[in-house]
Design a protein around this ligand. Structure first.
Ligand code: SAM
Ligand code: SF4
Length: 330
């Protein structure tokens, strides 16, 4: 799959559910209305569609959500996709999770062929964890991290950098991750979807975080290019890697290799643009015709835009894109 700007599309992110057992303040309103079941792709539809993308050249597939491990019988899908790793069609199958269900699933994920996962964790203070996730249980996530590492999964921690919340805790998060053999990435907060908190007070530019860290740590830029909005540094003092994920900056669009599928089967060719392709209709109109699916994939990739058009007004942190992160997946 080559898009009009010569970029090979090899990475698919799939939101398998919009539901979640947490209500992180920057992601969801506490009182969320979730989609009716009939709007969601079934697990069989998700499998068929992911397989079509793999047949077209996707080599890395990430499941996300909502909380992907909250989707009923999600292991059926993960095991089916894991078989594409075993047959050599897929290089990597991975997951972004809040960690709440890992004690139950870590070993099954490893057995299905997963080797690396991302776990979101914004604070190491149990009380603050409850404050930011509203419904999350810190001890359960800590136990989940242990279970993941025991199962042999390599873990990367993702932390959203939030002004006035965890900006003075970032050293601690880095030391915790690196001290336990995990990488860590910081994510810049994005104005995605209506939430019932004031986003402008939460926005913390990672350029500022980096400058602060340089007072205490020796950061060396790593050349590693993942085709995504992450830039990595090595930290001499901890011996670990730190990523800075700045989705609002434009400097990664030229190497963008990814597209995103929502749990309702809408393919977004760019996180920051509203144009999408309706694969639920294609799937349901052509139950036995994978050629139709393949043609629809070609048509969608041909529409991938050159770059996103996020507008972040620092003062109002105005919403640039109406859908929630839990729809498109993180
Ligand atoms: N529930 C899973 C989790 O929390 O890891 C997967 C889905 S979640 C939407 C994926 C990632 O997006 C998480 O790391 C989360 O912190 C991040 N995220 C959610 N809303 C965000 C926002 N408005 N700005 C930046 N990152 C956000
Ligand atoms: Fe749920 Fe992840 Fe959103 Fe938090 S960030 S509410 S865990 S989907």
């Amino acid at each position: 799959m080559i898009d009009p700007f010569g970029r090979a599309i090899s990475y698919l992110r799939v939101s398998v559910t919009d539901r979640c057992d947490f209500r992180c303040t920057y992601c969801m309103a506490e009182n969320m209305t979730f989609l009716p079941k009939r709007d969601l792709l079934t697990l069989e539809e998700l499998e068929r569609l992911c397989n079509a993308f793999i047949d077209k050249g996707v080599r890395k597939l990430r499941l996300t959500g909502g909380e992907p491990l909250m989707r009923k019988n999600v292991m059926h899908l993960i095991e089916a996709l894991g078989r594409r790793i075993h047959d050599g069609a897929l290089n990597e199958l991975t997951l972004t999770t809040n960690g709440s269900q890992l004690t139950r699933f870590a070993q099954d994920l490893y057995d299905a062929g997963m080797r690396r996962i991302n776990v979101s964790l914004d604070t190491l203070d149990a009380g603050k964890f409850r404050e930011i996730t509203r419904w999350g249980d810190f001890d359960k996530v800590m136990a989940g991290l242990d279970a993941a590492r025991t199962a042999g999964l390599k873990v990367k921690i993702n932390a959203v950098a939030l002004a006035g919340f965890n900006e003075h805790e970032i050293d601690g998060l880095i030391r915790f991750a690196h001290g336990n053999g995990m990488d860590i990435s910081l994510i810049e907060a994005m104005p995605l979807g209506e939430v019932d908190t004031d986003r402008s007070s939460q926005y913390l530019p990672l350029s500022k975080v980096r400058r602060d860290l340089e007072d205490r740590f020796t950061l060396t830029d790593l050349p590693l290019d993942t085709g995504g909005p992450a830039r990595y540094v090595q930290i001499a003092e901890t011996g670990g890697r730190l990523g800075f994920i700045t989705p609002l900056s434009h400097n990664f669009c030229a190497s963008c290799n990814r597209v995103r599928l929502t749990c309702t089967g809408m393919l977004y060719m760019c996180l920051g643009q509203d144009d999408n392709a309706d694969f639920r209709a294609v799937l349901r109109d052509n139950p036995d015709d994978d050629d139709a699916l393949h043609r629809a994939i070609d048509n969608a990739i041909a529409r991938k835009p050159k770059e996103h058009n996020f507008e972040l007004d620092d003062k109002t942190a105005r919403i640039a894109v109406a859908r929630h992160m839990s729809m498109t997946g993180g």
